[in-house]
Design a binder for this molecule. Structure first.
Ligand code: NAD
Length: 494
């Protein structure tokens, strides 16, 4: 059985290797490898390696850091297909979809290549007579990232290219479900010329995460995962004085108004609900159909759900792969079992030759109300719930009453309705006729309410702020100072 280990101080390592977790092929249900689960001692080794590397990387010239980032970005592009295959093999998503996630991750590396521009700082000349003031942003030190299973390349890349470009060093704790891609990324960084110890990977579970959260050598923690764990990470890392951003779960609604192009809306929503088997933090899992839109929209959604080809992610004929684990499959099918109004039922999907794969077919549930489990739970599977509302105001009320606030979308041909929606929803990322409004790398990504704990979103300008702290210098070069002019008053400008 293949063992997937850590990457510490520029080389592979199995560390103390006392505990392991299975890594499955979700399409067959078979265990294909095992991953080591890091202990506090492994975390300590990685943090020490990162702290040592920070001594030189934190002050390396902008030019040398920029060149490493450019080479890394090119290597990711050159190995795009290989990375996508790795993701598909352990996560289960279809290869084309995996390719999309690698490209979106690479775009963050592209943004990070502009580090010299991003870190330029601000200068005020003659702030007072003969006094100049300038602000720079300096790196924090060792930063840690903890990522979920659903985007094993993209989500860590929301973090490490920005952190490293800003002069920090990094310890990543990937998901134990699909750990291989992070090791490949570490190899590509090494090939790009990143000094050893700047990027480290410690595999593991909650024990490993808690060791990172408690380690005094870690300055900042970026977390992406489910809401209960995000809350825990925020509290525990905050308690030990770390800077922390913790992105949580989601329930993303699409509102469809009667004036929308319903064929277009149904195509877009079906893609956003069932793509990656619904295991995206920005997946649409609830539709709020307004007024007369409901009947014809549900008909179109059901038609599309029934037509989706379910199969192994590495089979080019598949449009939707399995979910990530047997336990996920069990949890999702139990929620479908308990729901009234199931129009398309994915529980009985059969994939020839893959009787033990973790497959659940596209599922559509109509007539859902906010108290039902299929609505209150973040199902994180290919299950779309349809709610009905009389007016746009009612639809906005449903969204604002939901504890999550990650993403949402509206389908309409009315600019006025879109503007009202955009201004009034309590959600961090909004799409207008765009079902998955993941911001480009040069904007920042993040939700509101239970979808994010902490102050800053990830990547883009907020990412740069998160991974740096301000230093402001006030300077004066007096030519000749007459003696005996000591003033005890608070200095003001003149
Ligand atoms: P998860 O919360 O179970 O795990 C995330 C990470 O935390 C993993 O690395 C895991 O090893 C670790 N972890 C798990 N339990 C822990 C604990 N008790 N203490 C400390 N660490 C722990 O999430 P998942 O199942 O891997 O991913 C799916 C979840 O992630 C969904 O809720 C999804 O909405 C969310 N997600 C959110 C975003 C976003 O941008 N807001 C993006 C992607 C995924």
């Amino acid at each position: 059985m293949r063992t997937i280990g850590h990457w510490i101080g520029g080389r592979p390592s199995t560390g103390s290797a006392t505990r392991h977790a299975p890594v499955f092929d979700p399409a067959t249900g078979a265990e294909q490898a095992r991953v080591v689960l890091g202990e506090a001692a492994d975390v300590d080794l990685a943090v020490r390696a990162a702290a040592k590397a920070f001594e030189s990387w934190g002050t390396a010239s902008l030019t040398s850091r920029t060149r490493v980032m450019f080479r890394f970005r090119d290597l990711v592009e050159r190995h795009l297909d290989e990375l996508a295959e790795l993701v598909a093999a352990e996560h289960g998503k279809v290869v084309d979809d995996a390719r999309g996630e690698v490209v979106r991750g690479m775009e963050v590396a592209e943004y990070a290549c502009g580090l010299a521009e991003l870190l330029k700082g601000e200068y005020s000349q003659q702030a007072s007579t003969g006094v100049d003031v300038f602000s720079v942003r300096e790196p924090l030190g060792v930063c840690a990232g903890v990522s979920p299973f659903n985007f094993p390349v993209m989500v860590p890349m929301w973090m490490h290219p920005v952190a490293i470009a800003c002069g920090n060093t990094f310890v990543l704790k990937p998901s134990e479900r699909d750990p291989s891609a992070s090791i490949r990324i570490a190899e590509l960084y090494a090939e790009a010329g990143l000094p050893e110890g700047v990027f480290n990977v410690v595999q593991g579970d909650r024990v490993t995460v808690d060791a990172l959260l408690d380690h005094p050598g870690v300055a900042a923690v970026s977390f992406v995962g489910s809401t209960p764990v995000a809350r825990h990470v925020h509290e525990r890392a905050g308690r030990s004085g770390k800077r922390v951003q913790a992105l949580g779960g989601a329930k993303n609604h699409a509102v469809v108004l009667p004036d929308a192009d319903l064929d277009f809306a149904a195509d877009q929503i079906a893609g956003a609900a069932y793509g990656s088997a619904g295991q995206r933090c920005m997946a649409i899992s609830a539709v709020v159909a307004v007024g007369d839109a409901a009947g014809p929209l549900v008909e179109r959604l059901a038609e599309r759900a029934r037509a989706i080809k379910v199969g192994p992610g590495r089979d080019p004929g598949s449009e939707m792969g399995p979910v990530v684990t047997h336990a996920s499959r069990e949890r999702i099918t139990a929620i479908i079992e308990g729901a009234d109004g199931v129009l398309v039922d994915g529980r009985d999907v059969a994939v020839p030759g893959h009787p033990d794969g973790f497959f659940v077919g596209p599922t559509l549930v109509d007539g859902v109300t906010p108290g039902m489990e299929v609505y209150t739970e973040e199902v994180f599977g290919p299950v779309l719930a349809v709610l009905r509302a009389e007016t746009l105001d009612d639809a906005i009320e449903v969204i604002n009453a939901n504890p999550y606030g990650n993403g949402t979308a509206i389908f309409t041909n009315s600019g006025e309705a879109a503007q009202t929606f955009r201004r009034r929803v309590h959600v961090g990322m909004i799409g207008v006729n765009v079902p998955i409004p993941v911001p480009m790398a040069y904007h920042s990504f993040g939700g509101w309410k239970d979808s994010l704990f902490g102050d800053t979103h990830v990547h883009g300008p907020e990412g740069v702020r998160f991974y740096t702290r301000a230093k402001v210098t006030t300077t004066r070069w007096p030519r000749s100072t007459p003696a005996g002019h000591t003033s005890l008053s608070f200095p003001t400008s003149a």
